[in-house]
Design a protein around this ligand. Structure first.
Ligand code: SF4
Length: 437
């Protein structure tokens, strides 16, 4: 999304009118930014490309370009498979698209990390609701988990200079962004390549002091070599969400070893315990992978028991898909049937549903600071600091109840309100307004 937003900005600077919309396309040129790191993502990307290829065949489109991970990964094979695409671009080559579209000078840079920062280098056209944005602080990964193609696609872990990121934050604030969802393939390693030491804590501390930054949310930390100096910074600043997205993938030592996670169950549990201790009330989100080669019934049962014990506030589970070029594809046999993988995902998610339901029910009666994202039929829809856009829970505030109680106020998207939680469901909350903040 961040890459696409940078490209959109550059195209706009080159004089094009850009719309981020695949549902109702009206443009003459379509550019599809693809993901290609697991089976489902590849399938989705190919489906969209084929839809647009059909539009082109019907004469509804002049040019069709494809960029991103899938394009980069299968550049040799794809042109023959889908000849309707005019040109395929790699993940970091959106400069090439601008050049292809026009001879306008490109003002940004492909990976964004090697040139000296200039005012407009980090500018982009925000496609999310304008009060929140994703902030990419590094690219690539050096961890080489057995099953993961990301290091093969994105290359070595590369941090962006801290000053450049802070400039971007200040610019985004000036554009109306209040919530910063900090992302990288591996947030924990931020700074190691560039400064020879962990600098995530320092970056977050500096970001938190920028006026206008309402929420900072951290996505995709890695448990091994966790930067513990981050925790006091999280505890100290009110505008650093008490939220940590840390992908753990599994718990059985057998699987952690096969997955090349460089950590044991005991060490992993100690990381979580320390995070919970140093940042009281933190909401931990994790991601688990099931059906990896060698996952025996006892490994999976151990995982289920562990999930019940750990009670992660937020959890997502995915089925293994074999990715060529990875260690797992080269050395393991993908021997668990797809239906069994899916059964394991469903089993985990059913366990999580009851955990989530319990955790959310404990929020009933509490007051929460909620940002409103949008209006949807009879509700205003918002989130607490414990919820990331798109993936986590939402808080629904009934418009009719507000009218009834003569609060006399409309809630505005992008504004923060004090909300009392009055009801919970498995994955969502309901609230009523107390006062504007
Ligand atoms: S840390 Fe994440 S991005 Fe890096 S190899 Fe492992 S799963 Fe892939």
């Amino acid at each position: 999304m961040v890459d696409a937003e940078r490209l959109m900005r550059q195209l706009e600077l080159a004089g094009y009118r850009c719309v981020h919309d695949s549902a109702n396309p009206k443009g003459e040129i379509a550019i599809i930014n693809t993901c290609g790191f697991i089976g489902d993502a590849k399938e989705e990307s190919i489906d969209i490309i084929l839809q647009f290829a059909e539009r082109k065949t019907k004469g509804k489109l002049r040019k069709l370009y494809v960029m991103g991970c899938l394009s980069q990964r299968y550049r040799e094979e794809l042109p023959a498979e889908i000849p309707e695409v005019d040109k395929w671009f790699g993940k970091f080559d959106y400069m090439g698209i601008v050049e292809e579209c026009a001879s306008a000078q490109f003002k940004g840079r492909p990976a964004g990390y090697s040139l000296k920062a200039k005012g407009e280098d980090y500018e982009r056209t925000i496609t999310t609701p304008k009060h929140y944005a994703y902030l990419k602080i590094a690219e690539g990964c050096n961890r080489y988990c057995s099953y993961c193609a990301i290091p093969l696609i994105t290359g070595k872990f590369t941090s962006r200079p801290m000053e450049e990121i802070l400039d971007e934050v200040r610019w985004l604030v000036s554009e109306g962004v209040k919530e910063f969802n900090v992302i990288a393939q591996d947030l924990s390693s931020y700074g190691l390549d560039l400064y020879g030491e962990h600098r995530l804590a320092q970056l977050v501390d500096k970001m938190a002091q920028i006026e206008g930054v309402e929420w900072i949310r951290l996505h995709y930390t890695y448990p091994t070599d966790f930067p513990y100096d981050l925790l006091p910074v999280m505890a100290k600043h009110k505008n650093v969400c008490k939220y940590m997205d840390i992908a753990l993938q599994h718990c059985s030592d057998n699987m952690l070893k096969k997955m090349h996670r460089h950590i044991t169950r005991e060490e992993q549990d100690a990381v979580i315990a320390r995070i919970r201790k140093e940042v009281p009330g933190i909401c931990i989100r994790t991601t688990l992978l099931v059906g990896h080669p060698g996952e025996m019934e006892e490994d999976f049962n151990e995982l289920c028991e562990w999930v019940k014990e750990m009670k992660f506030e937020r959890l997502g589970a995915f089925a293994y898909s074999e990715e060529e070029g990875t260690f797992a594809a080269k050395h393991y046999k993908d021997d668990i049937p797809q239906e069994e993988k899916e059964r394991r995902v469903d089993t985990l998610m059913a366990i999580q549903q009851s955990i989530s339901s319990d955790i959310l029910s404990q929020m009933v009666g509490t007051r929460q600071r909620v940002v409103i994202d949008r209006e949807e039929e009879e509700y205003y829809v918002g989130r607490t600091q414990y919820d990331s856009p798109e993936v986590d829970c939402e808080v629904l505030i009934e418009k009719e109840a507000m009218r009834r109680e003569a609060k006399g106020e409309r809630l505005e998207a992008g504004n923060y309100y004090e909300i009392t939680i009055i009801k919970s469901e498995d994955f969502d909350l309901y609230g009523v307004i107390e006062k504007t903040t």
